[in-house]
Write a protein that binds this ligand. Sequence first.
Ligand SMILES: Nc1ncnc2c1ncn2[C@@H]1O[C@H](COP(=O)(O)OS(=O)(=O)O)[C@@H](OP(=O)(O)O)[C@H]1O
Length: 412
Amino acid sequence: MQLKTVLTERYKRVTFWTAFSLLLLYTVIVWNVLVWLILPDNEGIQKDDDRAASHKRQHAANPRYRARSLLDVWNASVTSMPCTPKEHVLFIKVPKCGSSTLSSIILRYGFRHSLKTALPLGSKFNLVSLLRSLNDSDHQRDKHDIFASHVRYKVVKDHEHLVPNDAFYVTIIREPLSAFKSFFNYRHKGAYFGLEGKNQLEMFFSNSSLYTSPEAARFWNRMIRYLGFKVPANTTQSTPHAVEEARQYVYHIDREFDFVIVLEYFEECLILLKRMLCWGTHEFFYTQQKTGSSFSEDYNSAVKEVDDPTVVKRYRELSYADYILYDYFKLRIEKVLENQNTDFFNEVRNFKAVNRKVAEFCQSNATFGETLEMPPSKWTSGFIMRKEYCRLLTFGVKKYIKFLEKKKFHVV
Ligand SMILES: Nc1ncnc2c1ncn2[C@@H]1O[C@H](COP(=O)(O)OS(=O)(=O)O)[C@@H](OP(=O)(O)O)[C@H]1O
């Protein structure tokens, strides 16, 4: 009886341990099969994690990322954003339309958020150089997050494989005659045509041998041509056919771009852009870049203030396609603004006031280390801004290129 009990007990133990071992073996096999089945994904995840970790490491080690701390944005801001910031932006920087001001806003965003930015190679700031950079074998495989250098839309279209599919397409235009005046002054065209003193533009447009000269042929429709429109040959004056072609191209631009900013409504457009991109208000602070008077002392009297009706009429005829472009998008923005509520206009007012304070602080004699403190408001994140941050605000494209190349931002 005792022997039987002992045998039964042993039998039970053996059965238990056999069953346990089999179960363990089964678990190990199933586990291995599962691991084998999902291994490629795991590896992918691991690689991504490694990449993210190395990305973060680079940030920590790279002195240029210290730039972020120069503007401490208070998280307690009332403007919490229930949207995801768009980080793929293609900005077509139409010359003499306030494009450098907007470009530096966008480049700064790319810089502060460590985005991959398409920049010209070396210190040469021209289309050829940007193209060389885009065609560079190291870059060719990768898409770029940010495009904000001078580059014609046609060139971008030819390199569309480098632009993320979800990129936000934005450009800027300006009242055509103002843009032309800015160009005329910046490129010293008065001196080129032997004009001196006041009212140079009036003299230029009252002399047909000047405004019909081969040199002047490239003066007209500069904005729409930059945006890719081929002005039909021999149509310096608008004909119904030429007008229709230009109008069709403007519709095309409207379809291709998410937003066409009109300089005359710059701040309003910045707030609309801020909402569309879901960026913080502080990302849009700016100081005005490339003002005409900084290139020529007599800009105002020689060019800018010229409002002779003949000049206006002649320029309108010669640049008819730019006016079709401008009138269309100006009307568009005015309609958008008509539909905004008081909150929007209060936000614009608030932005102007805060940006003015920022600009004053940056233009003041405050020394490095001094700060500007802005409390949160209904629309603006509160922030503490150190004087050094002003450099980021005033940097133009060329400077960004230089220090992005060096991968350094010296804060002390
Ligand atoms: N925010 C804002 N509001 C109004 N006007 C502004 C603004 N930012 C730049 N500007 C004016 O835009 C002109 C310079 O244009 P760009 O920056 O496109 O020039 S450039 O092509 O990059 O050289 C130049 O115009 P002019 O002064 O008439 O020459 C700038 O003064």
